[in-house]
Design a protein around this ligand. Sequence first.
Ligand SMILES: Cc1cc2nc3c(=O)[nH]c(=O)nc-3n(C[C@H](O)[C@H](O)[C@H](O)COP(=O)(O)O)c2cc1C
Length: 327
Amino acid sequence: MAGVSVQAFRRQGRRFGAGLVCSEMVSCAGLSHGNERTLGYLRIAADEHPLAVQIFGSEPEVMAEAARMVEDAGADLVDINFGCPVRKVTKTGAGATLLDEPDRACRIVAAVAEAVDVPISVKMRRGLENGSRRCLAIGPKLVEAGAATLTLHPRSARQMYTGEADHSLTAELVELVDVPVVASGDIVSLAKAQSVLATTGAEAVMVGRAAQGNPWALRQIMGVDEEPSREEVAAELILFIRETARELGEHRATGFLKKFYGWYLGRGRFPRPFKQELTQLASLAEVEQRLLAAAPGARFVLERLEDDLPQGDEILLDLPISVYGGG
Ligand SMILES: Cc1cc2nc3c(=O)[nH]c(=O)nc-3n(C[C@H](O)[C@H](O)[C@H](O)COP(=O)(O)O)c2cc1C
């Protein structure tokens, strides 16, 4: 998820049971120009694997070059974005617009598949317009062109994130292709995951928004249904803050993290005004102090968490935050 799936988020997702995590979407043009910020997306930590890095663009050769860089950086899978509905991306001919340009989309997949040895996956929406079934027409062609798996988020680009994901389309896609299909959209619980897997025949589910500030959703989907204690929530949030500050630098992390406070503090019975207070504090150190004051036992949970993490990664990575908004 652009603007969310920073390295700290992905590492946390792996710790809580995700079988595969994915980077934010990375501009192939940025990679090809050697843009330093964009290259930052290709820093991969040892405990993220297996990791997919997602690229977006509209030119087959530039996408192929980007895919080679992604493979060299150590990604286990190259994912291609044919789902982003955001104008900044679609106006360049990338993202969801490619669903209306099947020939170009197939040339992109073929060029990327030819360029790298790791598997290629494609992430797509149902189509551009509401009610569109374009994903069913294009899916088999993308497989023929070299996609080893397809992930479907069955909303239209026009829908953005409104309404519901129509997983009857996922079921139809599963029937049409002989590669694994991953179901994305509204997977928020074990019950939902089980029903989507059972009714679609998909091989896997992808969890997006439900995991924002809530890694316990992943644990619940993997079968461990335990509400986190206040101490556990505070400790995970502090760890996330520390890791993100290391990744993005204190200044950028301070703004980036604000949206996460509300997401995290939905659990742990924190007083209502508390979230608001956190977003108004000037430094991350103060946010930590406030969290520890509200949940003193978090200190011990945090110590245990940090002891279990791989060490030796103490440098500031200065990674970028995506400016693009979705898929
Ligand atoms: C903030 C945000 C950013 C997203 N960024 C991407 C992205 O970069 N690439 C992508 O393929 N999908 C992206 N998506 C879409 C998700 O991968 C997913 O398909 C969609 O949110 C539906 O799943 P969910 O209901 O589990 O969130 C994004 C979604 C959100 C909310």
